[in-house]
Design a protein around this ligand. Sequence first.
Ligand SMILES: NC(=O)c1ccc[n+]([C@@H]2O[C@H](COP(=O)([O-])OP(=O)(O)OC[C@H]3O[C@@H](n4cnc5c(N)ncnc54)[C@H](O)[C@@H]3O)[C@@H](O)[C@H]2O)c1
Length: 373
Amino acid sequence: MSAKKLKTLVLSASDIEEIVRSVGIDEIMDELIEKMTIAFKTYNKDKTKIPVRSGFNYEQPQKGLIEWMPLFDKEKNQVIVKMVGYHPDNPNDFQLPTIVSTISCYDTKTGHLKGLTDGVFLTALRTGAASAMATKVMSHPESSTLGLIGCGAQSITQLHAISRVFKLKKVLYYDNDIETRESFSSRVAMLNLDIELVFTNIKEIVKDSDIITTATSINIGEGPLFDQIESKSWLHINAVGSDFPGKTELPLSFLKNSFVCPDFLAQAVVEGECQQLDASDIGPEFFEYIQNKEKYSEAVRQSSVFDSTGLPLEDQVVMEMFLAYAEKMKLGQEIGIEQVPMDAKSPYDFMYMQDAIVIKQTVPLEDLNKKVL
Ligand SMILES: NC(=O)c1ccc[n+]([C@@H]2O[C@H](COP(=O)([O-])OP(=O)(O)OC[C@H]3O[C@@H](n4cnc5c(N)ncnc54)[C@H](O)[C@@H]3O)[C@@H](O)[C@H]2O)c1
């Protein structure tokens, strides 16, 4: 009898990089937007259980929080949990991203950890793809000017993803950190976008954009980013940065006059822009909207908001996509993390086995149990 080996497929940062380099960053984003759209179109709350995330927030040793975002897919017999840290001082203090994360996948037949991947790049990718998915169906089809308020990590994938579903001509951008705005054009250069990039102020962005993504690390209680400003009647905003109680980016007046679609209602009323609204001001959850688009056809004719707090369904889609590529390309490392004894009810088995080989001739069998215990 030999001990069963439980193997976990671990995808490291370099595996993820190799997948993206081989497949192509545009191809990856296009595929993800498509897969994400299908996932929302077929999302069924009876089959996929997603509780509101929970976590710890603290002021010491750094201002930040660590949260867990779980999902239970009953049909696939799997639980996915993303662990995500938000530490807005990371870039300045440690040259690390604000969002540091890993995603894990468990087998609900046994509890075994099947896979573990990066969640930093995957979060940025899936948050961009989710905005592109929502923007595609909620924005004016001829939208060509994108505004970006907050030009950190998420803004890059927001621009990339939205540029894959709209023919953008101009990007108006603003960040309140000088270094960040000065480095913005070089950070997007590798996307080879034929788009005019214009640094400007928030007022001009709100006035002239067809689509805006707000992705700032604004402090709790410091919102909104702007007061009521005249904007195009069809302006669509992806509100990405509002994801904590008291942390909001958009003015109440804009929200009240817009069609507001949360990615995850129960979470958005606690952490998203929806925390500012009464139930009667909030539209359907995004999955409900995309599954019944005709019912909400007025949305594309008025200003709209995708209240994006982050739904673990997005993490499932992106993780599965990368695990599938890893399997196809034979990438990743299979590691036995969980200790499995030969006898399932004998956790000290491994000591017995090791000792048995070494001391077989020297220790009388009757003493062996004493030694193990
Ligand atoms: N909805 C989601 O699913 C999701 C996913 C990932 C991140 N987020 C959120 O998106 C936000 C941005 O994340 P990131 O990874 O890009 O962080 P980041 O630190 O890389 O970038 C945030 C940028 O916002 C800027 N900023 C802060 N306050 C501002 C203000 N008042 N006006 C203009 N700019 C301001 C900062 O200078 C910084 O450059 C965070 O709040 C994060 O929690 C949401």
